[in-house]
Design a protein around this ligand. Structure first.
Ligand SMILES: [Zn+2]
Length: 416
């Protein structure tokens, strides 16, 4: 972790206090978070089963299916400011492929004791039930449409929709929310969020259902609401795909092979990164704990460049903690198959930063040199901190600031 300013400003006593508080916060958040698998679609191989009473035709008012479908539509339009077309695309994905009964606590057959669940088929169910570290909330079995929407938002959609899977590039929340093309919205959600197997043929039924939702819920009268979208509206630029190595669940069979070690920026040549002083790994008199557990690469030499994977692996968790340089902001945990774990943090603190700087999603497989993010100098971003451990990273965080062997000076592993 980093905290140059804190250490300097607060002095030793203040720094220790901050360190203790931060460590408690970190331990709390990681204990509270559970699994971090993706929301992979599985309707290709698993048929849904209805656990509730007969829900009726979701297109007919007065049925529970219709009530729940409307609740989904209203969540995205009224709570998040999405246009009628954008929200209809989401409803259409549920009605056209997942569950036309809109059973709130829907289960899947064949998913095991902890199979998929809910309107959005959270996989596993516990991912939803345990809440999200991002919002630090546990839903405890309440499968309301609003809570499920909050989970979808926190776990993934707040960072945009799409990662390049099946040709659907990353789209910012704002861009998606402003869509007025129902078919486009439906397909972006299908391939950007649901990510079924590439041979999935339910696209037309999802689109048809979305058009129905648009009609019965009066979508044409609902425009995107910029005041609800907030900062997202100013970062409407559509990102690009994370590249050919970016995988959705259906194709995510990569081994997460570690491979070589590399530098995180293309401009670093001859094994000579521009890092010095307290940016370096190891003992640091000015830092709290007297130890820096990773390496900081500043925006001065590297701003605007892509942050590249220093080692190959699989992105197994993306989370968010804190909004300042004294915390992690958005963090990306990568697991390599040779026993190493890599964390990239502090390169985005707000959602608007993440829209621009965060370029991977949970489940992506990376090779050394693949893009993890971009070090745009936005908000409070001044650098990216990259740490490496052989301890799983949620556990390794217990050794934040500690020189106890948990953290490794990975720069010594880079050969060129
Ligand atoms: Zn650092």
């Amino acid at each position: 972790m980093k905290k140059h300013l804190t250490a300097i400003i607060f002095g030793v006593g203040g720094a220790v206090a901050v360190m203790i508080a931060l460590m408690i916060a970190i331990i709390t958040i990681f204990m509270g978070s559970a699994t971090s698998q993706k929301d992979c679609d599985s309707e290709e191989t698993q048929s849904a089963t209805t656990t509730a009473t007969v829900a009726g035709d979701w297109t007919k008012s007065g049925t529970s299916a219709n009530t729940n479908a409307k609740a989904v539509f209203d969540y995205w339009t009224q709570k998040k400011g999405f246009s009628g077309a954008a929200a209809a695309g989401i409803v259409g994905n549920i009605a056209g492929a997942e569950d036309s009964s809109f059973t709130l606590d829907q289960k899947e057959i064949g998913g095991g004791a902890d199979g998929g669940g809910g309107l959005y088929q959270f996989t596993p169910r516990s991912k939803y039930l345990n809440g999200s570290s991002t919002v630090k909330k546990t839903w405890k079995g309440d499968w309301s449409a609003d809570d499920q929407g909050d989970a979808v938002w926190a776990l993934e959609v707040s960072n945009g929709i799409g990662n390049g899977y099946n040709g659907y590039a990353h789209m910012s929340v704002s861009t998606y929310a402003h869509l007025n093309d129902i078919e486009k919205a439906t397909l972006q959600w299908m391939w950007g969020y649901e990510r079924p197997a590439k041979n999935n043929s339910t696209g037309p039924s999802r689109i048809a259902a979305a058009q129905t939702a648009y009609k019965i819920f009066n979508g044409s009268s609902i425009a995107a609401n910029d005041s609800l979208l907030g900062g997202a509206s100013s970062t409407a630029a559509t990102g690009t795909a994370t590249g050919s190595d970016s995988n959705g669940c259906a194709t995510n069979t990569g081994s997460g092979a570690g491979g070589d070690w590399g530098w995180p920026f293309k401009s670093i040549k001859n094994n000579k990164p521009q890092i010095s002083g307290e940016q370096l790994f190891g003992k640091s008199s000015s830092r709290q704990g007297g130890f820096h557990d990773g390496v900081d690469f500043g925006t001065v030499p590297y701003g605007g460049q892509d942050i590249l994977a220093i080692h190959g692996g699989t992105v197994y968790k993306i989370g968010h903690q804190g909004h300042t340089q004294n915390d992690l902001g958005y963090y990306v945990f990568v697991k390599s198959d040779d026993g190493y774990y890599e964390v990239y943090q502090e390169f985005a603190f707000e959602q608007s930063d993440a829209d621009q700087n965060l370029k991977v999603k949970e489940g992506d497989t990376l090779k050394t040199g693949d893009r993890v993010g971009t070090l745009n100098q936005v908000g409070d971003v001044s650098h990216v901190h990259i740490g490496v451990s052989k301890t799983e990273l949620s556990k390794a965080q217990n050794s934040a600031f500690k020189d106890d062997g948990t953290w490794i000076d990975w720069t010594k592993l880079v050969k060129k």
